[in-house]
Unconditional design. Structure first.
Length: 326
């Protein structure tokens, strides 16, 4: 049943089919999308369901690509058809038949998980389990969003919201675009403070005007207000990338505050980001290990999953949240 706290159950260890790995889960990240899945806000969830799509684990029963004992990561994108025009053109993130870990497939809030080995990835040697977990969604979707902004080094970038994904974007920018200044919009003083500690050029509340115009903005909030408020800060020809699987209905009225001349005229663009591709995973994991990008993480036991979800909802704890399982 959706909209209720998660229930801890004893289940048989699942049996892998051809092409699948049986994985002993070590860590699994907790993501805002899990809240939407658990609350039934997304329409295609398989229930009952094991949530969780930032899995780091060890292979118990291997396949053609991974032997038993290998350390692997399993992200949100769990299966694609491989045949449609999107799959054939490097846009498998848009495949109409795609299946998703912890949403339409069982995920990683469990001791064991199954995964299609074509959608499993080696975790770089030496990279800690705990910090690898948030890379697999918060980091990856941040990486894809940053790519979609099309910025060059030295362009100003805005971030609305400063949770697990946005704080990793800031770390990526510092590595990939060292001359770029980052401006953070958040309603909470704690997030503004966190952003400044990590090196943001400016942090303030969303209704404020940023001290400089921005070539791009990445929105990581579940609400409409921050999007409308941010658009006035975009430079001519600038792009706002929405990194959110779902927008809340209760502040939809904020859209009525949109002023065409101020917010959209002069070829300003709005673009959403959906899912990730396997190419994103490979490129990003390499970059995260080389840099190295290390997420700020708070750890919880599997039995504390409901607490982790609640603290994510209330935005009490900064950085990313991860369940320790193995
Ligand atoms: Zn496809
Ligand atoms: Zn996620």
């Amino acid at each position: 049943m959706t909209g209720r706290p998660l229930v801890l159950l004893d289940k048989a260890v699942p049996e892998p089919q051809a092409g699948e790995l049986l994985i002993k889960v070590l860590r699994c990240g907790v993501c805002r999308t899990d809240l939407h899945v658990i609350d039934g806000d997304l329409s295609e969830g398989k229930y009952p369901l094991v949530p969780g799509h930032e899995i780091v684990g060890r292979v118990v029963k291997g396949g053609a690509r991974f032997a038993a004992g290998a350390r692997v990561g399993v992200p949100w994108l769990g299966w694609t058809c491989g045949k449609c025009e999107y799959c054939a053109s490097g846009r498998e993130n848009l495949c109409g038949q795609a299946r998703f870990t912890g949403y339409t497939l069982d995920g990683g809030y469990a001791e064991y998980a199954l995964a299609d080995e074509r959608f499993c990835f080696p975790i770089p040697d030496g990279y800690p389990d705990l910090q690898a977990a948030p890379l697999l969604c918060a980091g990856l979707i941040g990486y894809r969003s940053l790519r979609l902004t099309n910025i060059s080094d030295g362009d100003n970038l805005g971030l609305t919201g400063f949770g697990a994904s946005a704080h990793l974007v800031l770390k990526m920018v510092q590595r990939q675009y060292p001359k770029t200044k980052v401006f953070v919009f958040s309603r909470t003083g704690a997030e503004q403070q966190f952003a400044k500690e990590l090196g943001a050029a400016w942090a303030g509340s969303p209704e404020k005007e940023s001290p400089e115009k921005l070539q791009a903005i990445i929105d990581t909030t579940p609400a409409w207000g921050p999007v409308v408020e941010a658009l006035k800060n975009l430079e001519r020809g600038g792009r706002l990338v929405m990194n959110a699987i779902r927008k809340e209905k209760n502040d939809k009225d904020a859209l009525l505050a949109l002023e065409y001349p101020r917010d959209l005229w002069m070829e300003k663009e709005i673009k959403s980001v959906a899912n990730i591709t396997r190419r994103d995973v490979e490129e990003f994991l390499r970059m995260a290990a080389d840099t190295p990008i290390r997420p700020e993480v708070r750890e919880y036991r599997l039995e504390e999953a409901n607490t982790a979800l609640l603290e994510l909802k209330e935005r009490k704890i900064r950085g990313a949240k991860v369940l320790r399982i193995g």
